[in-house]
Write a protein that binds this ligand. Structure first.
Ligand code: A2P
Length: 273
C-alpha cells in the first residue's frame, strides 16, 4: 500500500519522502533549523562532511525529544576522503560529530574517478557491520552507476542528484527506476531560482499553495525523495505542508514541460574533484 510519508528502499528501510537540507547553512543556523524542522514534523535531515555543520546537526538531535529510531540521518563522504581506508576514517569522524552510534544513510558525495569504487567497498563494509542502515551515491550518471554495479556486491539504494523542474533528469530517473535505486533531489527549489515562474504561479494559485509547495509536491508524486534547504522557520513549516493536496495529471505534465536541462550546480561529468 502507498505510504504518503515514507518510501521503501530496496532493503525495506523506510525513508521519509521529505527531509531538511542544510547545505550552505552556518553552524548556529543549522542547529536552530534542525530544531524547528523536528518541531514541524520533519524526521529526516541531510548533511555532509563538507558542509561543516555535522556537529550542530548532532547538537540539535541530542536536544530533540524524538527518539533516535524515528529519525533518519544522512551524511556524505567528501571527495578528498575517498578511497577505502580514508572513507572508513571519514565515516568515524562524521559519526562522532553527529554524536550518533549509527547512520541511516551514508552517501558518496561525487563520483571521483579512480576512487569511487574503493569508496564504495568501504560503504559496503560499514553496511555489513550494521553501522549504516542504507548506502548510496550522489551525482552519479548512468555510466558511473554502470561501472559501480559491475563490481559491487550491493547496488546503491539511493542516487541523490540535482533535480528540479528546470532539470528534471528523466534519463537518470528511468535508469534508477529500472534498478530499484530511489532518486533523491538536491536543490529541489533550484536554490530559489524558480519561485517567480508564471506557469508554476498559475498552478500554485489554483491550489492555494506556494510555488515551493507545488515543486515539492511534484517530487513526492514522482516518488522522488526531496530535501529543501531552509533556515527560516516559516519556510521550514511551509515546505512540509504538502500532504493535504494533489497535483492533477495535467498539472504534473505542465511542470514536466518546464524542463530545460539547466543546472545550477556542478556537472558530474565536468567537475574538478
Ligand atoms: P532560506 O534558507 O533563507 O529559507 P534549494 O533547497 O533548492 O537549494 O533552495 C534553497 C534556497 O531556497 C535557500 O536560499 C532558501 O532560503 C530558499 N527557500 C527554501 N524554502 C523556501 C520557500 N518555501 N520559499 C522561498 N524560498 C525558500
Amino acid at each position: 500500500m502507498y505510504d504518503p510519508y515514507y518510501i521503501s528502499l530496496v532493503n525495506d528501510v523506510k525513508m521519509p519522502r521529505l527531509g531538511l537540507g542544510v547545505y550552505q547553512a552556518s553552524g548556529p543556523d543549522t542547529q536552530q533549523a534542525v530544531k524547528w524542522a523536528i518541531e514541524a514534523g520533519y524526521r529526516s535531515i541531510d548533511t555532509a562532511a563538507i558542509y561543516g555543520n555535522e556537529t550542530e546537526v548532532g547538537n540539535a538531535l541530542k536536544e530533540s525529544p524524538i527518539s533516535r529510531e524515528e529519525l533518519f540521518i544522512t551524511t556524505k563522504v567528501w571527495n578528498s576522503d575517498q578511497g577505502y581506508s580514508t572513507t572508513l576514517e571519514a565515516f568515524e569522524r562524521s559519526l562522532k560529530k553527529l554524536q550518533l552510534t549509527y547512520l541511516d544513510l551514508y552517501l558518496i558525495h561525487w563520483p571521483v574517478a579512480n576512487k569511487y569504487l574503493d569508496t564504495w567497498r568501504a560503504l559496503e563494509k560499514l553496511y555489513d557491520e550494521g553501522k549504516i542502515k542504507a548506502i548510496g551515491v550522489c551525482n552519479f550518471q548512468p555510466h558511473h552507476l554502470d561501472s559501480l554495479i559491475n563490481v559491487a556486491d550491493i547496488i546503491p539504494m539511493i542516487n541523490q542528484i540535482e533535480l528540479h523542474p528546470f532539470l528534471s533528469q528523466e534519463d537518470v530517473r528511468s535508469y534508477c527506476k529500472q534498478r530499484n535505486i530511489v532518486v533523491e533531489a538536491w536543490s529541489p527549489l533550484g536554490r530559489g531560482k524558480m519561485l517567480d515562474n508564471p506557469q508554476l504561479k498559475e498552478i500554485a494559485d489554483r491550489h492555494k499553495k506556494s510555488i515551493a509547495q507545488i515543486i515539492l509536491r511534484w517530487d513526492i508524486q514522482n516518488d522522488i525523495v526531496t530535501i529543501p534547504k531552509s533556515v527560516n522557520q516559516n519556510r521550514i513549516i511551509e515546505n512540509i505542508d504538502i500532504f493535504d493536496f494533489s497535483l492533477s495529471p495535467e498539472d504534473m505534465a505542465s511542470i514536466n514541460a518546464l524542463n530545460k536541462n539547466e543546472r545550477i550546480g556542478d556537472d558530474p561529468d565536468n567537475f574538478h574533484f
